[in-house]
Design a protein around this ligand. Structure first.
Ligand SMILES: *Cc1c(COP(=O)(O)O)cnc(C)c1O
Length: 389
């Protein structure tokens, strides 16, 4: 094991007003599910996104779960989703008793393959009484969750176009995509509902938390209600639904308000890190990266490398082990949903790109706190693995 300091995968940067705002909560006593920082955090998100309604919740997963309930997803329905995602997306679907149906990724940006989605809608679905049905299974398709994997916006304009001909409730899993845009419009604002995460590894953190955003005031109110045990009387314990404790605390929101002040800085630093890796490793055979389209602004949340073992000299997992030996953290890309036996996803088409990216993907240290010297240390270790491979 190396004697050099460990380089973490995705650490929070805590160098702003976090302590001051959290101390303010401690002094005021507003530390739980109500208080001024919750509203402030919601306003800072709607301010960034250019309007709409935001509801602070306990996690990105709870935001997704609430969004699916608002979409009217019922047990036995099907929900389409990107196959290449963190398991939370599929979990939210199963929490509703629905069946996940996975769609492959495309090879350029590693996002939902809209050609495959279109083919699925055209060849496997039918519309009856205003609802979309899977002709093979007979089940209703109640929603679609495109995921902005690694924070990179997927092609929401294509998805918008498909919605003109197909009744699809669209929930964006924008967990890691805060600040990313497509033609100047923010990820999370294209679908009916957008869901963000403030987990510790995301670009902005509250320690743990999430945000549901929508332009529909009624849905936002419904989400807030369901996140708060469906409390229907301020005094009496009367609850009009079987609901959840999915609230964020004022303490967490205070932390998040300080983080939001630094978002532009976090984004530019993560983008710089991505650029530095690419420049430093250009020319080494067998390494490739997701490309950034001209009309996209990516927040740089998570830099992932694809390793072609034959050309590079070792596999992504061997490279990961080599980096760990140098005290550098890395991780394979998510195991695609279709490979998880407990989630029993439906796979209408083959999934070659998700399989390939699962084999080849390796996420590199992307923390906003990394110094240029640390990025160089990672790049050097990767180059070394090629020569020794
Ligand atoms: C982090 C993440 C989630 C879950 O967010 P939590 O706040 O951890 O519940 C969901 N989807 C994706 C793509 C994520 O990266």
């Amino acid at each position: 094991m190396s004697s050099e300091a460990r380089i973490p995968l995705s650490d929070p940067v805590i160098e702003g007003n976090e302590e001051e705002y959290v101390r303010d909560c401690v002094r005021s006593g507003w530390i739980s599910g109500a208080g001024p920082y919750l509203r402030k955090l919601e306003e800072s998100v709607t301010g960034l996104l250019g309007g709409g309604h935001a509801v602070a919740v306990s996690s990105g997963t709870s935001a997704l779960h609430l969004a699916l309930l608002i979409a009217g997803v019922e047990p036995g329905d099907e929900v389409l989703l990107s196959n290449l995602t963190f398991i939370a997306t599929a979990n939210a679907i199963l929490h509703c008793g629905a069946v996940p149906v996975v769609i492959d990724a495309e090879p350029n940006h590693w996002q939902l393959d809209c050609d495959a989605l279109e083919r699925f809608l055209a060849t496997r679905c039918e519309i009856r009484e205003g609802c979309l049905f899977n002709r093979e299974s007979g089940r209703r398709i109640a929603a679609l969750i495109p995921v902005h994997a690694s924070g990179y916006p997927c092609d929401m304009e294509r998805i918008d176009a498909l919605r003109r001909t197909h009744p699809l409730f669209v929930i964006e899993d924008a967990a890691g995509a805060l600040g990313s845009t497509l033609r100047g419009r923010h990820a999370g604002t294209f679908g009916d509902i957008g869901c963000f995460s403030f987990n510790g590894n995301k670009i902005v953190t509250t320690g743990g938390g999430g945000m549901l955003v929508t332009r529909n005031a009624e849905w936002a109110a419904r989400a807030r209600h369901l996140a708060n045990q469906a409390k229907s009387d301020p005094l009496e314990y009367i609850h009009d639904a079987v609901a959840f404790n999915y609230r964020l605390s004022n303490l967490q929101a205070a932390f998040g308000c300080a983080q939001m002040e630094k978002l532009p800085h976090f984004i530019s630093r993560r983008r710089e890190i991505n650029r530095a890796y690419r420049e430093r490793l250009a020319g080494i055979p067998g390494l490739s990266w997701a490309s950034e389209a001209g009309d996209v602004f990516w927040n740089g949340w998570q830099t992932t490398l694809a390793v072609d073992a034959a050309a590079f000299g070792c596999s992504a997992r061997q490279l990961g082990a080599h980096l760990l030996g140098k005290n550098i953290e890395s991780r394979p890309l998510w195991r695609p949903v279709h490979l998880s036996p407990v989630h029993a996803a439906q796979t209408p088409f083959p999934l070659p790109i998700s399989d390939l990216l699962y084999e080849r993907g390796l996420t590199l240290p992307s923390s906003g706190s990394l110094s240029d010297g640390q990025v160089e240390r990672v790049a050097h270790a990767i180059a070394q693995c090629h020569r020794s491979g």
